[in-house]
Design a protein around this ligand. Structure first.
Ligand SMILES: Cc1ncc(C[n+]2csc(CCOP(=O)(O)OP(=O)(O)O)c2C)c(N)n1
Ligand SMILES: [Mg+2]
Length: 628
């Protein structure tokens, strides 16, 4: 083949032909970067990407029920694959496209690669406005796809077929960059998708993108080692980057060697097994007493692969030692610089190894190591206590989550995203392996659970996948149950029904607002009352079991804790996606442990309870720190 050879393809055909040939390589392991394409067809993609996918069946096409859900699927898939593989998502123009925006934001915030291909309005314009086109009296160069710009790490509109030649390498660069990755959006005008062009054949040759393991600056590493040697109470905060870099073994080795305890963010949970003595567990708003006590007094915080969200920092109140300093090991310079930290810009695994060598002979004071190990053990006793609650008449959430943890395979993956479960699970879930705890908490997006669970199952078909979903999230987006059945990807979905939003109800009560608007009830005297009217309201007659059954799932309905444990057992051997429904108590919650979350309370109010909450909020705000 010579350089002058060409392939005459439509833009859409060229796009799929190119994607098929993109590979990544890390640590000598080479694999195709894209595992296929999810899509819902409409006039904006049927004759373009739809036709191309039909013509190239070796790039597998999957149906989804909702464009937002398909992006969640792709993001979850990429998360399990440590960002070394992902999926493509195609949509029609207009509402199909904008449905993907929430998914794009979720992927970008969680630093997960997804490639989105929304259809777009005609480039040739003469037939405008086309069905579903947003018109602007100010410019013809705008469409709803411009809304993807702030939620994409790379965004482009392919107005001529030859623009693929320069757009696609950029898209790949961003998708495969550990620092830059997130949603990449290529808006595809529907006429251009179907236009043919003489592409150079070389464009479709196999291309391997090496995922770098960049090493932090040597001088910065030496300075970090000096700071660690001087510290008395160092603490590691492990974020999602530890797992993506496959640095969990190295983290354990580093902690063994130095005696430095480890606390885990939402994305970082599972970096170490729960029973590792120096794993203090969850940190921050939803943290354990162990981790939050260590964080409060730490004189040096070593953040690894963390973005330091407000949940991790307890809205900047978690680290109270006046002397505290930060060292941040992160692939992204942006994150490495946070909290005026000493930036170690590089791969977590490489950085840990080099830092470990520089710390040869160093160990934290023995009393500190013992204190951390004791806090760990005390925390485990607290988890035991909560797992053992047998609340009646309705079981408590803590005991239900405990049963899922203890009665399912240690190899399984638990999936969750929003509601009151993330906080409880962050504290209580006993993670046995790095992927055991799959929590989407960058966006905490209601509706991620079932779609994300399916992405997880597709990425890890040999593992049981337990999706824990609240009734609120279930009502928002559960239609991928159908896709799980279509694809033969069995999920075990645990639907916790508490007649509404337990999480926001309790947040609202803590702000003096009595849970207003958070219950699934009929109006009383014209008002959707909150919790001040406890049980004198009529709940909505929603039949979740019938709903799930109607979509093709098997269903097991439970009333009691014993029903539930039996259902977990039975669900292991069902032949398709199984939904277990159980009501749980809205009022019994897992407490917070030395933590706070800044959610502003109204400065003036007619309600004394709000005024009181405002006073408490003002006190807590004084603890928020600014690190320089
Ligand atoms: C898409 C979306 N909308 C709104 C919210 C705000 N929110 C967070 S949790 C929650 C309620 C979740 O209810 P449910 O799934 O029943 O869980 P529960 O709180 O009862 O545990 C809401 C509305 C959100 N996180 N995501
Ligand atoms: Mg609920």
């Amino acid at each position: 083949m010579t350089d002058t050879q060409i392939r005459r393809l439509t833009m859409a055909q060229a796009l799929i032909a190119f994607l098929k040939e993109q590979y990544v390589e890390r640590d000598g392991l080479e694999q195709p970067f894209f595992s296929g394409c999810f899509g819902i067809f409409g006039h904006g993609n049927v004759g373009g990407i739809g036709q191309a996918l039909q013509q190239m069946p070796d790039f597998r096409y999957y149906q989804s029920r909702n464009e937002q859900a398909q992006v969640h699927l792709a993001a979850a898939y990429a998360k399990v694959k440590n960002r070394l593989q992902t999926m493509v998502c195609t949509s029609s123009i207009g509402p199909g496209a904008t449905n993907m925006i929430t998914g794009a934001a979720l992927a970008t915030i969680n630093r997960l690669p997804v490639l989105l291909l929304p259809g777009d309005i005609f480039a040739r314009r003469n037939v405008a406005p086309v069905l579903q086109q947003l018109e602007s009296p100010q410019t013809q160069d705008i469409s709803v796809n411009d809304c993807f710009k702030p939620v994409s790490r790379y965004w482009d509109r392919i107005n001529r077929p030859d623009q693929l030649l320069t757009a696609l390498p950029e898209a790949m660069r961003v998708l495969t960059s550990p620092a830059e990755t997130g949603a990449v959006t290529l808006a595809l005008p529907q006429d251009v998708q179907a236009e043919a062009y003489d592409y150079p054949a070389a464009f479709f040759h196999k291309r391997v993108w090496r995922i770098p393991r960049s090493r932090p600056d040597r001088a910065a590493l030496e300075q970090a080692a000096r700071l660690i040697r001087q510290s008395r109470r160092p603490l590691i905060v492990a974020g999602g980057g530890v797992s993506y870099s496959e640095a969990t073994e190295d983290l354990r080795h580093f902690s063994d060697q130095t005696g430095i305890p480890v606390a885990e963010t939402m994305a970082g949970k599972g970096s170490l097994p729960y029973d590792y003595p120096l794993n203090a567990g969850a940190v921050g708003v939803t943290g354990t007493l162990a981790a939050n006590c260590l964080a409060r007094d730490a004189d040096l915080v070593i953040g690894i692969g963390t973005r330091y969200t407000d949940f991790t920092t307890a809205s900047k109140t978690a680290f109270q030692n006046p002397q505290v300093r930060f060292i941040n090991l992160n692939a992204a310079e942006f994150d490495a610089g946070k909290h005026a930290g000493l930036a170690l810009v590089g791969d977590a695994r490489e950085g840990l190894r080099e830092l470990g060598e520089l710390l040869n002979g160093y160990h934290v004071p023995e009393g500190y190591r013992q204190e951390a190990a004791r806090l760990h053990d005390e925390w485990e006793a607290e988890v035991d206590r909560i797992y053992a609650i047998r609340n009646t008449p309705l079981p408590s959430q803590g005991e239900i989550l405990g049963a899922v943890n203890e009665l399912t395979s240690p190899n399984a993956i638990m999936v969750n995203a929003a509601g009151s479960m993330p906080g409880d699970l962050h504290k209580l879930w006993r993670a046995r392996h790095p992927k055991n705890f799959h929590m989407e908490y960058g966006y905490s997006c209601m509706g991620y659970e079932i779609a994300g669970g399916l992405g997880v199952k597709m990425a890890a078909p040999d593992r049981d996948v337990y999706v824990i979903v609240g009734d609120g999230s279930y009502l928002m987006l559960s239609s991928e149950l159908v896709t799980s059945i279509q694809e033969g990807c069995k999920l075990i979905v645990i639907l916790l029904d508490n007649h509404g939003f337990k999480s926001i109800g309790s947040l609202s009560r803590s702000m003096g607002q009595e849970g207003f608007g958070t219950r699934f009830i009929y109006r009383k005297d014209g008002i959707l009352v909150g919790d001040s009217v406890k049980d004198e309201v009529e709940t909505l007659p929603i039949d979740y079991a019938a709903n799930a059954r109607s979509l093709g799932a098997q269903v097991i309905e439970c009333q009691t804790y014993d029903d539930f444990t039996a259902a977990l057992e039975a669900a292991r051997s069902t032949d398709r996606t199984t939904v277990i429904t159980i009501q749980n108590d809205r009022w019994v919650g897992v407490p917070g442990y030395e933590s706070w979350w800044d959610v502003p309370v109204a400065e003036v109010s007619e309600m004394p309870s709000v005024q009181e909450a405002r006073g408490q909020w003002e006190e807590m705000r004084k603890k928020e720190r600014f690190f320089q």
